[in-house]
Design a protein around this ligand. Structure first.
Ligand code: ADP
Ligand code: MG
Length: 636
């Protein structure tokens, strides 16, 4: 509890004690009124103040005004009829109790949810004059050597220089098995050193490190509103004035009808009382608080599983996804290629690999990374200049003054080189020098372990269509699509063709069905942005992908798409329960109060009680239905 909440609590206690005393005093008339006004003002002065301020600013229709009018009205009625003041003060008292609970619950859950992602690093250990010194992680420059002791959080992204250990990445990826690391491996900030002492050289500044980025994502997520939230805001805006006018009508019309039409007793007191009760019930805070809280809890529950969702609008869309389109390389396959054959024309095998690796020197494409891995003698003094990467085709560069092109058939076509196909299955990387065909390298990728299970799980959840798009050759594409049991696959696509294909599929969506595109962001960032929901691989993917995507899978596991959809659907169910439940109860009690079957006490319990239940229900979205357990299905 913060100090403001403590002060409110104190006011509540003082009010309750004063009320207990005042009700026992043998006072009448004006002294009795004054005695009751003391606890009333103590508990309600801020509400009255805010209501007055709202009136002056001409934005009067908020819950403070509802409460101010209701309680002042009840007091006035009690003075007029010489009745009981207690009710009016109790309404204010319980309203404040409700506000206090709500403020506490919201603050608590926000802390819980952010605390879940217990990844904010507090300090970094830097060696100065042979001593370890704790410094603020913000102050550590890129390239600094830092020390991470056993049990400590990795404060900045870096590469391990000394030591081997296990890193626990559960807070980042939802993966509870620690990862073995050794010198040369990357260490992400926010993971915890579960083994021996590590030294790392930082590769990113604090603000650019994984932990900071994730925290920023989660904190900004609540600014992108879902339709349900927008609905509630609009609803509250029209609903409150309607209720106020309805209350006025309820107070005025029936007595007038009684007096002038039925020529009976107008009974003003009864109808004014009913109108005031009506105002208390109608307070919309249960919705206004619980809907955003449900979404926030859903986003928190997802990040606990290593799925970052950038806003509640995407959570809403994810729940409705009926078509999932996958990129191949790096998404369904690991993107780690092994060279399976070298077929040179006129040069020898080593030279062929050498040429390819040099041209790929500056590329981050998975093919490039793999070729560089296969040929490790990068530093042989060759000059590589004028590098030009052609998305979806390959790379051109000047190697020792020769124009070398490395890529697929399309690129060879453009080079005018007489390429020929290969009988081997795999991705064929052709090499041409000065327009002459030099041969090709066959490389093969492996399907991710959970890819087939991911497709099965999505289908079981009612996803109607799974599609694969790839820039790779038809043979490889059909092989992968067949193994995974995808509904359709389109191959040999350039990045622009992928966008066109997704647009076609978007047109075919019917009703509420949404389309998700899953990619690693290499050559597919435009599609990520175009799809209803763009899902990117966070660990493998490029920074551009994480930027362009709406959902980021921290551990690159396609199976998490199904997990994310389950969480999204559960959150939406909770949101709908809260909307229907709160509005339903309110309408019911409003109707009862209009005909005089619910008094002020029922009203305040309906208001505060519904709010408490809605907030507790919202918190359920956080514990979103366990983990998806997937057995290794044999693909390795
Ligand atoms: P995918 O759609 O499967 O993710 P990309 O669109 O990234 O594939 O690439 C499509 C094709 O373009 C690759 O299969 C490859 O033949 C070729 N290609 C792209 N980038 C490179 C590169 N850096 N080196 C060699 N070939 C490349
Ligand atoms: Mg790709």
């Amino acid at each position: 509890m913060n100090t403001r909440q403590k002060r409110t609590l104190l006011r509540l206690v003082v009010t309750a004690v004063l009320l207990a005393i005042v009700t026992q005093l043998p006072l009448t008339g004006v002294p009795r009124l004054l005695a009751y006004l003391v606890p009333y003002l103590i508990v309600g002065y801020d509400i009255l103040y805010k209501a007055g301020k709202g009136l002056l600013k001409r934005q009067p229709f908020d819950e403070c005004l509802l409460m101010a009018v209701a309680t002042l009205g009840a007091l006035a009625l009690a003075i007029y009829e010489d009745g009981d003041y207690l009710e009016a003060i109790a309404v204010m008292l319980f309203y404040q109790v409700g506000e206090l609970f709500q403020g506490y619950a919201v603050g608590r859950s926000r802390r819980d949810i952010t605390g879940l992602m217990d990844i904010r690093p507090d300090y970094a250990n830097v060696e100065q004059d042979g001593q370890l010194v704790r410094v603020a992680p913000e102050s550590v420059a890129v390239g600094t050597e830092i020390v991470v002791q056993p049990g400590e959080k990795v404060p900045l992204d870096g590469v391990i220089t000394v030591g081997s250990s296990q890193l626990n990445t559960v807070a980042l990826t939802g993966e509870s098995l620690p990862r073995n690391v050794q010198p040369g491996d990357a260490a992400l900030s926010g993971s915890v050193n579960a083994g021996g002492l590590l030294r790392l050289r930082t590769t990113k500044a604090f603000g650019e490190s994984t932990a900071s980025k994730i925290l920023a994502l989660v904190e900004n997520a609540s600014s992108r509103k879902s339709r349900a939230e927008a609905f509630i805001t609009r609803f509250a805006r029209v609903y409150t004035p309607i209720v106020v006018y309805a209350a006025v009508a309820l107070a005025v019309l029936p007595p007038l009808v009684h007096q002038f039409v039925l020529a009976a007793e107008p009974a003003w007191g009864i109808w004014v009382y009913r109108a005031l009760t009506f105002l208390v019930i109608s307070c919309p805070c249960a919705l206004v608080i619980s809907i955003p809280l449900s979404f926030f809890a859903g986003l928190g529950g997802a990040s606990r599983q290593g799925v970052l969702i950038k806003g509640s609008n995407y959570l809403e869309a994810l729940a409705q996804v009926g078509t999932v389109v996958f990129d191949k390389t790096g998404t369904l396959t690991k993107g780690v290629f092994q060279v399976t054959a070298l077929h040179p024309e006129t040069i020898d095998e080593e030279e062929l690999l050498h040429l390819a690796a040099h041209v790929e020197r500056f590329s981050t494409h998975p093919i490039a990374v793999s070729l560089k891995e296969a040929f490790r003698h990068e530093d042989d003094g060759c000059t590589v200049e004028d590098v030009q990467e052609v998305a979806g085709q390959g790379v051109r560069a000047q190697v020792n003054g020769h124009a070398v092109a490395v890529g697929n058939a399309k690129l060879m076509q453009a080079e005018g080189a007489k390429w020929h196909d290969c009988e081997k299955t795999g991705t064929i990387v052709h090499v041409a020098m000065d327009g002459t065909y030099m041969g090709h390298i066959v490389i093969a990728d492996v399907i991710k372990e959970h890819a087939a299970a991911a497709i099965t799980a999505l289908r079981a959840q009612g996803v109607r269509q799974t599609v694969m798009l790839t820039g790779d050759s038809r043979k490889v594409a059909e092989d992968v699509a067949g193994q995974l049991g995808l509904d359709a696959c389109y191959s040999e696509l350039l990045p622009a063709d992928k966008v066109a294909q997704v647009e076609q599929l978007l047109k075919k969506q019917t009703g509420e069905s949404r389309l998700a595109f899953v990619g690693d962001g290499i050559n597919d960032a435009p599609v990520l942005a175009r799809a209803d929901v763009g899902i990117a691989m966070g660990a493998l993917g490029s920074d551009a992908a994480i930027e362009a995507a709406d959902v980021v899978l921290m551990d690159d596991d396609p199976a998490k798409i199904a997990v994310a959809q389950r969480i999204a659907r559960r959150t939406m169910r909770i949101v709908h329960q809260n909307i229907v439940g709160s509005i339903g109860v309110k309408v019911l009690v409003l109707a009862l109060s209009a005909v005089g079957l619910a008094n002020m006490w029922a009203a305040i319990f309906a208001d505060v009680g519904v709010m408490v239940i809605a907030v507790l229900n919202a918190m359920r979205a956080l514990s979103s239905g366990g983990r998806l357990i997937i057995k290794n299905n044999g693909y390795k």
